[in-house]
Design a protein around this ligand. Structure first.
Ligand code: AMP
Ligand code: MG
Length: 338
């Protein structure tokens, strides 16, 4: 049974995961953002397995994970010009943590990782299990989210088993992800940074560190419902419809309760409804007792997955202000709504 592939993180299971990776196999790994589908980033054959397993388009590059800003240096060119060296330092101050930086790549990076691009996306994760795994590996780890392409990202080991259990050699169980949303992705520029994907690090934090944050077209889902999202896409993964459940998902103020009986609705809220109100729905889940948006982010994907398996026909979800972590929450909800 593939459930036996889930192993609680321990020195022994981390060592086993490292040796499977060194052997060119795929392993599901915990990070503070979401679970990753890991491979040895220096092994083109192993990296290609990631694309096959996920059904990921070959033009959508991967993030490489390293254990420190220093170990990143071999894979990036950030010494010149001086503004780039300076921006790199500012970015590195967020590490370990949920910030991915797109910078010029070194010749040592294999083409499969970057989809042939002259840049590479790199991150130092903070999850202690992922850090131990990186310490046990002599190579960086390429890891996109461990879900079939376009489905909701996994935030626990069981989600990985459900989506990719037969495609991985092992799943390292490091518990529920703390952040629950993917990393923020930025491109470093001489005049500040460009936001390619909102995530665990907020725009406000980036503004404090870099002064100027340009919102790329792809990162602005609201403005990007154009006919061909790939045409103007600085991060090819930022498809307008992404992170999608199988059932239709609607944001609450786009939904009228007279169009479908609430008993056929799976309702996800950010803070508890009154019991009488909650009882109207076929299925109901509150993501936080107090409406705390960090808790909402942490539990969002699990709730969408659960809602997707109910007998309900439609998922209806709350909205929040697009500031702080709320920007990334609404980005994922917009994309899930498609
Ligand atoms: P995932 O790890 O599944 O969240 O996907 C990684 C994300 O990083 C995708 O949206 C990619 O398009 C993006 N990405 C990776 N490498 C680059 C790069 N060199 N330039 C721009 N975006 C990148
Ligand atoms: Mg992904």
């Amino acid at each position: 049974m593939s459930s036996s592939k889930i192993k609680a993180a321990s020195n022994a299971s981390i060592a086993e995961a490292a040796s499977l990776l060194a052997d060119g196999q795929l392993v599901g790994v915990p990070t503070e953002t979401v679970y990753g589908l890991a491979a040895d980033a220096t092994n083109p054959v192993a990296v290609r397995k990631i694309f096959q397993a996920k059904g990921r388009p070959a033009n959508n590059p991967l993030i490489i994970h390293v254990d420190s800003p220093e170990s990143a240096r071999r894979w990036v060119h950030v010494d010149h010009p001086p503004w780039l060296a300076d921006q790199w330092q500012r970015a590195a101050a967020f590490w370990p943590g949920p910030l991915t930086v797109v910078v010029p790549r070194s010749a040592d990076v294999v083409d499969e990782v970057t989809a042939g691009a002259p840049t590479v996306a790199v991150r130092v994760p903070s999850h202690p299990v992922m850090r131990s795994l990186l310490a046990a590996c002599e190579f960086p780890i390429a890891a996109p989210s461990a879900n079939p392409s376009n489905y909701v990202s996994p935030t626990c080991a069981e989600h990985v088993r459900q989506g990719l259990g037969d495609k991985v050699a092992m799943i390292l169980d490091g518990g529920e992800c703390e952040c629950g949303l993917e990393s923020t992705i930025i491109r470093l520029r001489s005049d500040g940074v460009e936001l390619l994907r909102p995530g665990g690090i907020s725009v406000e934090q980036l503004q404090d560190a870099f002064g100027s944050v340009t919102l790329s077209q792809a990162a602005e889902k609201n403005d990007s419902r154009q006919s061909d999202p790939l045409a103007a896409m600085p991060a090819p993964g930022m498809l307008a419809k992404h992170y999608s459940p199988s059932k239709p998902l609607r944001i609450v103020d786009d939904w009228r309760s007279d169009e479908i009986d609430p008993s056929r609705v799976a309702r996800i809220v950010f803070a508890p409804l009154a019991d009488s109100e909650a009882a109207r729905f076929g299925w109901y889940r509150s993501l936080s007792q107090t409406g705390d948006l960090n808790e909402v982010a942490q539990h969002l994907f699990t709730a969408i997955r659960q809602a997707d398996t109910t007998g309900c026909e439609l998922i209806v979800i709350d909205r929040c202000e697009r500031s702080g972590i709320g920007r990334a929450i609404m980005d994922r909800i917009d994309r899930a709504a498609g």
